[in-house]
Write a protein that binds this ligand. Structure first.
Ligand code: BG6
Length: 493
């Protein structure tokens, strides 16, 4: 019996999306659900009930989806008959999330019994009232599940308050906190790479590894989300969740099984081992940046401060680099450099494991180039490269780094589902492994809060970097102090 059969829902599934007309639903959730529907991964009895403030009929909502969602689906996957059957699974209920009476219409529509999944693609400020209102119309029972979108709070205190409120109605086992990076194929593959390949086991630690770099660089700016982003910044938007989750997977001990709590227990230990920074540490080991106007006039990009919706004189960071330390036996003395920014020179998400130099080299070679690196690229391409030294052809014994290169898209020709598709199927099937547990989230906030307070104490504006570059020079200088440099997103340094 395939493993998933065990989780196949016995009850009809009602997937209720709050924020049904919102950006996330349109760009990510509905395209992901369509792809899952096309490939037969959704239960045939599913209903997708969108809710929103708009006084729309179901036909109005379908027309909205028709017009706005289709552009986000790969045209090759659009089949009119499948699309029509997909749209037939929809319902729409007008709900002002803050108006308890509006939830009656949802209760009238609900099936009994059913597996109800509430996807809160709304601002976290609405989570409490939505949970209360759902419970008041008796839609929350032991089969119900709730999916919470980030940002889950603004700091540790607000994250706790949200979790306390949600926990009044949904147990931890019913709560799915999404970090879409955990749904990415290559991120899941990282677990297999680490725990399925024993050759890495003895060297996956200090002193065999001398540093780890995790970069998530974006070329886009804040787009239409300035209202949200300007109150959030890169530390809360990216580092607190996506980059720390990647760090956890790189640094965790082997879990005893893939059971959600076994995996999450190990990730939690990593988060708890992170050195909590003092103000001095923050000054030394973090860099805040904000993009300025691009250097080339043609591009006419930036500055951030002139983006529509950004507050005049905003001090929000669009770039962060941090030198983190995992204080435990395995990682003592190994710096973990994290970096993420908007409007950088290249879109890439990459983890670079930098192995220690040979204790003594008998061969002449370029200085400053590490012998061995494992470079895991999550996007745009998905690859794993192991950099080794090889002899340069010709006379002499000069060596140069070359790559053993695994292109995952070529190695596996099967379709690779998008992160949201995989995670939505996990929710429907009740698999929690790739979702954050409350204590993980809180440990991540505790670490980021220390950085945030350090910045407040230092009270300096973020350093400007021209749009289209790799961030402020201070980020390079931070690594240079350790005798290292960022592995350039283009590949070679
Ligand atoms: C989101 C952030 O969580 O992740 C965005 O809020 C960011 O600001 C996005 O652009 C990046 O996701 P991906 O999958 O495109 O790397």
């Amino acid at each position: 019996m395939p493993a998933t059969d065990h989780h196949a829902p016995a009850l009809p599934v009602d997937l209720v999306i709050f924020g049904g007309a919102g950006d996330l639903t349109i760009r990510k959730l509905l395209p992901a659900l369509y792809m899952a529907w096309l490939h037969g991964s959704l239960p045939a009895n599913i209903r997708i009930i969108a809710t929103g403030k708009q006084a729309w009929s179901l036909d109005d909502y379908r027309a909205y989806v028709e017009c706005n969602v289709r552009p986000f689906i790969d045209a090759r996957a659009l089949q009119d008959d499948v699309w029509a059957r997909f749209l037939a699974r929809f319902d729409y209920v007008r709900i002002d999330a803050t108006c308890a009476d509006d939830y009656r219409a949802l209760a009238d529509l609900a099936r009994h019994p059913a597996q109800r999944i509430f996807y809160l693609a709304t601002s976290a400020s609405l989570f409490t009232t939505i949970c209360e209102s759902l419970a008041s119309v008796r839609l929350v029972d032991e089969h119900a599940r709730i999916v919470l979108e980030k940002p889950l709070g603004h700091d540790l205190a607000s994250a706790r308050a949200i979790s306390d409120d949600v926990a009044k109605y949904f147990s931890e086992a019913q709560t799915y906190r999404i970090d879409h990076y955990l749904g990415k194929e290559t991120v899941q593959n990282l677990m297999v790479l680490r725990f399925g390949n024993p050759i890495f086991q003895p060297i996956w630690q200090a002193p065999s590894i001398r540093s780890v770099q995790i970069t998530v660089a974006e070329t886009v700016g804040v787009e239409s989300r300035a209202g949200f982003y300007d109150h959030t910044g890169a530390l809360r938007d990216m580092i607190q969740n996506h980059l720390l989750q990647l760090l956890c997977i790189v640094a965790m001990e082997p879990p005893v099984s893939l059971h959600p709590d076994d995996v999450r227990d190990e990730k939690l230990k990593v988060l708890r081992s992170l050195h909590r920074m003092s103000v001095d540490d923050v000054a030394r080991y973090t860099v805040r940046g904000q993009y300025a106007r691009a250097e080339s006039d043609e591009a006419e990009i930036g500055p951030y401060s002139a983006e529509q919706g950004v507050a005049h004189g905003s001090l929000t960071e669009t770039f962060v680099a941090v030198r983190a330390q995992v204080n435990n036996w395995r990682w003592s003395g190994v710096p973990f450099y994290l970096r993420s920014g908007k409007r950088m020179h290249k879109r890439t998400s990459q983890i670079v494991i930098d192995f220690a130099e040979a204790p003594f080299s008998i061969m002449p070679r370029d200085t400053g180039v590490s012998a061995n690196r494992l470079i895991i690229t999550l996007q745009p391409e998905e690859s794993i490269r192991l950099q080794i030294l090889a002899k340069e052809p010709g006379s002499g014994m000069r060596s140069l780094p070359v790559d053993l290169d695994l292109d995952l898209a070529q190695a596996f020709t099967e379709r690779r589902a998008e992160a949201y598709e995989r995670l939505l199927i996990d929710v429907i099937q009740g698999r929690l492994t790739h979702f954050m547990r409350r204590d993980e989230l809180e440990a991540a906030w505790a670490w980021t809060d220390a950085i945030q307070s350090g910045w407040a104490a230092i009270d300096q504006a973020p350093q400007l970097y021209p749009a289209g570059t790799a961030g402020p020079p201070a980020s390079d200088a931070m690594l240079a102090r350790d005798g290292l440099s960022w592995f350039d997103v283009d590949g070679t340094k």
